[in-house]
Design a protein around this ligand. Structure first.
Ligand code: GCO
Ligand code: MN
Ligand code: MN
Length: 387
């Protein structure tokens, strides 16, 4: 197996990921900036399928209309020269000082209006370049002190903005879905709607819930100490897994954005297995960046590593599914003599009567051993390559 990425794998990177110049709160850039056109060529060289961007990754916030047109034309040429596509776009609502207290949830109505105008223009730009998914990450939609903002007003403001954008997309005839990306903290002390579950609850309150799903990110659930695969499963079950941000991250740390699968390999395995088993067919987007130690050769190694690890884990998932010993254990765990099938398929008074009349051997139920130790060890051995 060569683990070469193919277009059907739908591997994408953001301009901001491989283009990351390695700035952190304690130090300046360690890599010189490269242009969007150069990034497209870099991504083509490593075998990615697509490239995503924030409006200002491509067009600087202070560009003139003429500069914008030239930049977009150059970018389109790079896309057609390389065959890369733009499946997703988003708005930068966090870098500029105007957004220091949030965008749609800012207390200042002018900031909220500017954020909406910027987003409308950015949606137009994304659609012009082919995006079918539009991501909202509310980077600064939060607080340091809860004396500053009412969480109820913030929720209403965020809802109103999203309802407005949904109507805009309908009105323009855009073939576009929205994906909300939760994150618990960083850069704000607390960010509203911090988890996938919170976002799913919020989506149900929108005017067009069918147009809005989630963009879960490994690192964001891990920062909150949560099981990412469980969150993804809930989103999938709700028909809301519109996009996914893959990277890696230890629990309890700052926002690390490491190469996919580089830290919590077992969690990455269960995630890939889940996505492959259910047949997720959206973008597999790597929202990560290379270590600050790297030059652009290291950045290419980083990007190749994200995709290669995904493909290796996909092969491991297939191996797990085909392993007779593992499958025998799963069959044993899921033994079912059919005697309680009557309980599924809905409620009835007859079922209540039948259930109440049953006797259960509680001691025997509790005494049954479950071979999870063996199952987990076999899984580890699949991952370690000794099976
Ligand atoms: C982060 C976020 C962002 C978003 C991006 C696209 O932690 O900084 O993950 O990278 O994904 O803004 O919406
Ligand atoms: Mn992130
Ligand atoms: Mn992200």
């Amino acid at each position: 197996m060569s683990y070469q990425p193919r277009s059907e794998d739908r591997f994408t990177f953001g301009l901001w990921t491989v283009g990351n110049i390695g700035r952190d709160p304690f130090g300046g850039p360690v890599r010189g900036p490269i242009s969007p056109v150069e990034i497209v060529h870099l991504l083509a060289e490593v075998g990615a399928w697509g490239v995503n961007f924030h409006d200002n990754d491509l067009v600087p916030i202070d560009a003139t209309p003429a500069e914008r047109d030239r930049i977009v034309a150059d970018f389109k040429k790079a896309l057609s020269d390389t065959g890369l596509v733009v499946p997703m776009a988003t708005t930068n609502l966090f870098t500029d000082a105007a957004f220091k207290d949030g965008a749609f949830t800012s207390n200042d109505p002018k900031v909220r209006a500017y954020a909406m105008q910027k987003t409308l223009n950015s949606i137009d730009l994304g659609v012009e370049l082919g995006a079918k998914v539009y991501v909202f990450w509310g980077g600064r939609e939060g607080t340091e002190t809860d004396s500053s903002k009412s969480p109820l007003d913030s929720g209403k403001r965020f809802r109103e903005a999203l309802n407005f954008f949904c109507e805009y997309a309908v009105d323009q005839g855009y073939d576009l879905k929205f994906a909300l990306e939760p994150k618990p903290n960083e850069p704000r002390s607390d960010i509203y709607l911090p988890t996938v579950g919170a976002m799913l609850g919020f989506i149900a309150t929108l005017d067009h819930p069918e147009m809005v799903g989630v963009n879960p990110e490994v690192a964001h659930e891990h920062m909150a100490g949560l099981n990412f695969t469980h969150a993804v499963a809930q989103a999938w079950d709700a028909g809301k897994l519109f996009h996914i941000d893959l990277n890696d991250q230890l629990f309890g740390r700052y926002d690390q954005d490491f190469r996919f699968g580089s830290v919590m390999l077992k969690q990455a395995f269960y995630l890939v297995k889940f996505l492959e088993d259910v047949g997720y067919s959206g973008s597999r987007h790597f929202d990560a960046h290379a270590y600050r130690t790297e030059d652009y050769e290291g950045v290419k190694n980083f990007a190749r590593g994200c995709m290669r690890t995904y493909l290796i884990l996909r092969e491991k998932a297939a191996q797990f599914n085909a392993d007779p010993e593992i499958q025998a254990l799963l069959a044993e765990i899921n033994t079912d003599d059919g005697s309680h099938h009557y309980l599924s398929g809905g409620y009835s008074r007859e079922k209540v009567a039948q259930l109440k009349a049953e006797t259960f051997d509680r001691t025997a139920l509790g005494a049954r051993g479950l071979p999870y130790e063996q199952l987990d060890q076999l899984t580890v051995e699949v991952l370690l390559g000794v099976r």
